[in-house]
Design a protein around this ligand. Sequence first.
Ligand SMILES: NC(=O)c1ccc[n+]([C@@H]2O[C@H](COP(=O)([O-])OP(=O)(O)OC[C@H]3O[C@@H](n4cnc5c(N)ncnc54)[C@H](OP(=O)(O)O)[C@@H]3O)[C@@H](O)[C@H]2O)c1
Length: 331
Amino acid sequence: MKTVMKYNFCGNSGVQLPAISLGLWHNFGSVDPYDTAKEMVLRAFDAGICHFDLANNYGPVPGSAEENFGRILRENLSKHRDEMFISSKAGHAMWPGVYGDGSSRKNLIASCDQSLRRMGLDYVDVFYSHRYDGRTPIEETMQALVDIVRSGKALYAGISKYPTHLQQQCYDYLREHDVPCLLSQYPANMFKRGAIAKTSSSNLAVAAENGSGFICFSPLAQGLLTTKYFNGIPASSRAGRPTGFLQEQQVTQERVEAARQLNAIAEQRGQTLPQMALAWLLHDSRVTSVIVGTSSVAQLEDNLLTLDHLEFSVEELQQIDNILSLDGLAM
Ligand SMILES: NC(=O)c1ccc[n+]([C@@H]2O[C@H](COP(=O)([O-])OP(=O)(O)OC[C@H]3O[C@@H](n4cnc5c(N)ncnc54)[C@H](OP(=O)(O)O)[C@@H]3O)[C@@H](O)[C@H]2O)c1
């Protein structure tokens, strides 16, 4: 049976995203094998994953994921631009000096131009403020997003990782300036559940209340929600590689043991652990998409099969909750 991609509307918008998106934070930089990166993008697109999530600083080296993605587009997908939804972001350290970091108008506008040049695009579909920098007024950052959209360099605006107490202000500003927030991007997985907590003040609930789509990043806890760390840290894994953001000390006994227990439930469901972890997020209909990162086509194929089994019984959800309430798992 061929897995069929599922598409979800982005909050109140008329635009849809695939339930599974591909992120290029790791595995697509100049330190990574280009051919594997190309195969993953092409296989993803072929399977209906039409949303690719990038940012100025993805690599390493920073910028190289956008350059590689631009090359893949130019050489293989140039006829398909209108079938694709491409994002970029600015807000983390990118170039030297005081303008290459943070949420200022100066940084966002220059960064968007740089990203377009690296990818060889006229526009991105969504441009995000990558983070709140703790200093720049929300009005300055949101107005920069409004102006980027008005200038035609992005079709939609998004926010990423904005703290709960500022989230509503972002939505209000953008809506009042006729550029409603299309997407809110937050970390969410079985070990990091704050943003998707079942409360009326969670990031997910506030996004849904405001008609914004919600997209989860690091849905597999950077690989902890797989079986790869059951017997130590493989040198080829994200925690084992010197350029990986996941640190060895984050691969704790508690998390590995919880992953083992979760894996037993996944097996009973006839799924792999990554498939169950993705399905568990998508089970909430307010979640528009999950952005997976993969280091091989085989991982991508595995993740795609998630869509064949998205339902959970009440008992399964309870068993999972019992495991997730164990001490020492939160990230
Ligand atoms: N807005 C933000 O601030 C922000 C922050 C982080 C990420 N993001 C976005 O979210 C995307 C995804 O983040 P992430 O890469 O941390 O996601 P993730 O899906 O939680 O982790 C990806 C890693 O999990 C492993 N993996 C994935 N599928 C697997 C499978 N089926 N079997 C075994 N291992 C598997 C791989 O690890 P190995 O490399 O060990 O094989 C892969 O590199 C990023 O690319 C980026 O677009 C956004």
